[in-house]
Ligand binder design. Structure first.
Ligand code: GLA
Length: 370
């Protein structure tokens, strides 16, 4: 939708013009998967797709949430802004209101809010983080709270924990809040220090391919991975005090890995330790313009997420593995939480048509074979 269309949709919904419009992007993660809640680093890029929020003060004492993507309209009094609703999209913006209130900011004015997003839901491209961050950004401006973008990202992350019940790391909200055009963000998820790294790819495109098999973060599998990593840390603490798996180099891990007696937790930890190293190597490779190495690290990341972290599944594997066979594909891997969603690939311009035809055909054949 264009901005004028969004503005006129607001007038149709509320009978008055919006007073302000805000935008926050979705993200695609190039490498560094399931490292954020393990104190590791990540390397996502903000997208030009995202969430738009239009708002006006309504002079009343309710906050109204509407979305052009969802049917439910939600209207809440000020005393209802801190309790999650039962399985409704509005929990994402509502969770952000709740975080402002928790930080001592009173909501004393009513608002009419209209949201529209063009990040496909459930694609692993952070449609929910975009929605949380755009709400945080809008409230910060409307209430003149002066929170910096890191705090806005943390507010979004807390909203996800407490209103969507996903114990996510900070990557998605941080990338949405701090992303910049033509850059990826190398973020240390422990210290929250970050560097914007230029992504200037001569003759190469970043392709995002959607399996349309929704990733099921709320199914509990994500929280289970978080818990398995915590178990690995707990068991490792018998031999070495650590807070996060990312504190270990691969050499450290080899020395003490036998302390992890739980077989599943051991595999999860091996992925995390390897992925932290791959992410750091990939950032160096990109800075040195060594795309071949970058691509190899992407592929290795996928293999580790497939075999050790077990978050890919046949849809993502079919697409990534087909892509690897194509000349001109530099690298291809799943991106985001996994269990469906998208792959991200670096593809030479001249191979893009072949990529679309071959990966599309392989995926179609696999689906038909079910
Ligand atoms: C989801 C979470 C992130 C991160 C990724 C996996 O997108 O929201 O915090 O853990 O999965 O890298």
């Amino acid at each position: 939708m264009t901005l004028p269309e969004l503005k006129s949709a607001f007038v149709s919904a509320y009978g008055q013009e919006a007073e302000a419009v805000y935008f926050a992007p979705g993200r695609v993660n190039l490498i560094g998967e399931h490292t954020d809640y393990n104190g590791g680093s990540v390397f996502p890029c903000a997208l030009s797709f995202g969430a738009y929020l239009l708002i006006r003060k309504n002079g009343g004492n309710t906050v109204k949430f509407r979305s052009l993507n969802q049917p439910e309209v939600v209207e809440l009094g000020f005393d209802q802004l801190t309790t999650p609703l039962d399985k409704v999209w509005a929990n994402y913006p509502l969770g952000v209101f709740a975080q402002f209130i928790k930080r001592g900011i009173a909501i004393t004015e009513g608002y009419d809010i209209l949201i529209w997003g063009d990040v496909p839901n459930g694609a692993g491209l952070s449609s929910s983080a975009a929605l949380e961050v755009v709400t945080a950004y809008a409230l910060n401006d409307q209430l003149s709270t002066g929170f910096n973008r890191t705090i806005l990202a943390q507010i979004g992350q807390k909203a996800e924990h407490e209103f969507a019940f996903v114990n996510c790391g900070i990557m998605d909200q941080f990338a949405s809040a701090n992303g910049a055009k033509d850059h990826a963000i190398h973020l240390n998820c422990d210290t929250l220090d970050f560097e914007l790294v230029p992504v200037k790819l001569e003759g190469v495109k970043i392709l995002i391919s959607n399996t349309h098999s929704p990733h099921k973060l709320d199914s509990g599998a994500y929280n289970q991975r978080v818990a398995e990593c915590q178990l690995a840390v707990k068991q490792l603490n018998a031999v070495r005090p650590i807070k996060y798996l990312a504190e270990l180099t691969e050499a450290d891990f080899k020395e003490i890995e036998l302390a992890i007696t739980d077989v599943t937790a051991h595999k999860r930890a091996r992925h995390v330790v390897g992925e932290v190293q791959r992410t750091s190597d990939a950032v160096k490779a990109l800075k040195a313009n060594d795309l071949v190495l970058f691509g190899q690290l992407m592929n290795a990341s996928h293999v580790s997420l497939r075999d050790d972290y077990e978050v890919t599944g046949p849809e993502l594997d079919t697409m990534a593995e087909e892509a690897w066979k194509i000349e001109g594909v530099i690298g291809s891997r799943m991106t985001g939480g996994g269990f469906g969603g998208c792959t991200v690939s670096l593809v030479k311009d001249e191979a893009i048509d072949t990529f679309i035809a071959k990966v599309g055909a392989a995926y179609g054949n696999w689906r038909r074979s079910l």
